[in-house]
Ligand binder design. Structure first.
Ligand code: PGA
Length: 250
């Protein structure tokens, strides 16, 4: 069985004290397991505070974004190596909010994925369709194109990445894909990756989009769902820990 990964994406939330308290509560409340990895991705400016709060715990640290470049005249950007220096092991790449609001194309997402790998970070690459695309029957075409861009860019392979399937219509809406809807797309993703290269059959594929403590178990029960990328419910320690517990029991 593939181990599970439960990732909290705090987005543009938490002030310094809140970030510290949340990280301390997670560190205290998670005893860890080889079967389930818990990761938190705070706003970048809080990374040092959160890293200190997580020290010695079994909760891992990630970032929400990284620059496409390693260094240079790119005002406001943060390089993967800098994130690694501060203790990050993971970075979310190509979240739908970055694609829709900050103009990240499939090509930019693929190039950031490579930068993450070069920096020693595990990229959690997000893919997913809009409601209009789903209603038009284009789920596989959209997801397929997003995957193809990654496959084309990854000359050294995709074995070190994590994927997150996040249907955009389910993000922050309280509307979750049903376990069967999610499983169908996860199976499609796994099939497409294994067809490209059998060695990629075990790339973890997380589900994201309104995952909560009360729907996580049914999602985790699906064969091709390897964990969750959690937004809103990752901002309360008890809720996020409860999702971690569901993954442990899956
Ligand atoms: P949500 O966000 O859990 O609040 O829907 C998920 C995400 O955007 O990663």
């Amino acid at each position: 069985m593939r181990p599970k990964l439960v990732v909290g994406n705090w987005k543009l939330n938490t002030r310094r004290d809140e970030a510290q308290a949340l990280a301390q509560a997670l560190a205290a409340g998670w005893s860890g397991s080889a079967q389930v990895r818990l990761v938190v991705c705070p706003p970048a400016v809080h990374i040092p505070v959160v890293a200190a709060a997580l020290e010695g715990s079994r909760v891992a640290l990630g970032a929400q974004n990284l620059a496409e470049q390693p260094e240079g005249a790119f005002t406001g950007e943060i390089a993967g190596e800098m994130l690694a220096d501060y203790g990050c092991g993971f970075v979310i790449v190509g979240h739908s909010e970055r694609r829709a609001l900050f103009g990240e194309t499939n090509a930019v997402v693929a190039s950031k994925m490579l930068r993450a790998l070069d920096s020693g970070l595990t990229p959690i690459v997000c893919i997913g369709e809009t409601l209009a695309e789903r209603e038009a029957g284009q789920v596989e075409a959209v997801i397929g194109a997003q995957l193809d861009a990654l496959v084309a860019a990854a000359t050294a392979g995709l074995a070190g990445i994590v994927l997150a399937y996040e249907p955009i219509w389910a993000i922050g809406t309280g509307q979750t894909a049903s376990p069967a809807q999610a499983q169908a797309v996860h199976a499609f993703i796994r099939g497409r990756l294994s067809a490209a290269n059998p060695a990629w059959a075990d790339v973890p594929v997380l589900y994201g989009g309104s995952v909560k403590a009360d729907n996580a178990a049914s999602l985790f029960a699906e064969q091709d769902i390897d964990g969750a990328l959690v937004g809103g419910a990752s901002l309360a320690a008890d809720d996020f820990l409860a999702i971690g517990q569901q993954a442990l029991q899956a």
